[in-house]
Design a protein around this ligand. Structure first.
Ligand code: KG4
Ligand code: ZN
Length: 345
């Protein structure tokens, strides 16, 4: 069974070919065209420009994905497409491309939830479900920060989410303030690798909601705290690499502390068997390292699933995998498939 996965929720155009034989996944191709260079000058994603780029890139990326997979169009059995959540104009580009293709090939279309795809990509290498469920899932991306209790594939209960900005959004906004460019997460991670042990400057930021006995987050407050710190510094300090390194290190650690504290607390309270992470922010090496260390220390014999770095950020393969796990939703009633910018999990 060959699944084609299509991703256009934000600023990555992704197409992947996945061959599934008796639940054994063979990745044939996974091509991503990033629009980072285009959006960089705006300090964030410009939706109408992103839509135009998706339209231009989709046929090219599709062709490349087939070529790399060494298959022809008629070798595809299912088309899976991310229908939301995401930027509406961008979503429609992927949805319409997928519909046209499925119609032309007379094959079914599987609508996929982008957030679920960030979770399900973990099952590319781990399908020992008996030892995984129930699980706590943390989806942490540019537009979402959610904690979910997962009983099995397709059964989720939202136990907490951000009340304002997502963690990735916080990195993106802080990076913009410091003039580090877009996307902010990788820029902040890069800077935080420098160390200034004897700095006279001290940057100390809050860990919003960390002590509250719920599973919600708030990262807008953290961003504002960075802004206040920034504004109280003289111009010549703000511009120094030293100051930027200190802010980047501290904001990254503040986000990591809150995410780890709440996720591990949920894991203990709900007595789950594993923690599953997904979303662009999980590409952060410090976050990954500290999650593994802390969960080992606090909850031994515990499984923690983290996708490889290139599968944390948006890509077509995650959509193809989610398409496989949702194949009962496959339909040839194409008019029913719509982009849903605010789709919930
Ligand atoms: O999942 P994703 O590619 O798109 C959305 O679904 O939003 O996540 C994008 C987010 C951006 O906010 C970006 O700054 C963040 O993930 N990100 C990172 C890293 N790489 C991407 N955040 C921290 N560290 C990284 N290495
Ligand atoms: Zn995403």
């Amino acid at each position: 069974m060959v699944f084609l996965g299509i991703e256009t929720t934000c600023d990555e155009t992704g197409v992947a070919v996945l061959d599934v034989k008796n639940s054994d996944f063979q990745v044939k191709s996974n091509i991503v065209a990033s629009q980072v260079k285009i959006h960089k000058k705006y300090g964030g994603v410009f939706p109408t420009l992103a839509k135009r780029e998706h339209r231009k890139n989709l046929p090219i990326v599709f062709k490349k994905a087939l070529k790399k997979a060494k298959i022809k169009e008629n070798g595809i059995d299912f088309v899976a497409v991310a229908v939301g959540p995401g930027l509406e104009p961008c979503l429609w580009e992927g949805v319409n491309f997928a519909k046209d293709l499925a119609k032309k090939l007379k094959i079914p279309l599987v609508p996929v939830n982008h957030l679920e795809a960030h979770i399900l990509v973990n099952f590319l290498y781990n399908q020992n479900f008996k030892f995984l469920f129930p699980a706590v899932c943390l989806v942490v991306a540019g537009g979402h920060t959610q904690l979910l209790l997962m009983e099995k594939i397709g059964k989720y209960r939202l136990i907490g989410e951000t009340r304002d900005d997502a963690a990735g959004e916080c990195f993106d906004k802080v990076a913009r303030l410091l003039g580090l460019g877009y996307p902010g997460g990788p820029a902040i991670e890069k800077l935080s690798k420098f160390q200034i042990p004897n700095s006279k400057l001290k940057v100390s930021l809050p860990r919003p909601m960390i002590k509250q006995k719920n599973y919600d987050f708030s990262f807008a407050g953290l961003k504002t705290a960075v802004l206040y710190d920034f504004l109280k510094r003289p111009e010549k300090i703000r511009r120094t690499k030293e100051y930027k390194i200190l802010v980047a290190t501290e904001v990254q650690q503040a986000v990591i502390d809150v995410l780890i504290e709440k996720t591990l607390r949920a894991a203990k309270e709900f007595g789950v068997k594993s923690i599953i992470l997904g979303g662009g922010v999980v590409a952060n090496e410090q976050l990954k390292r500290q999650f593994i260390e802390n969960s080992k220390r606090q909850i031994p014999n515990f499984k923690i699933l983290i996708p490889p770095k290139e599968l944390c950020t948006d890509n077509g393969l995650s959509i193809a995998i989610a398409g496989f796990f949702n194949k009962e939703k496959a339909t040839k009633n194409f008019d029913k498939i719509r982009a849903e910018a605010n789709l919930r999990i």
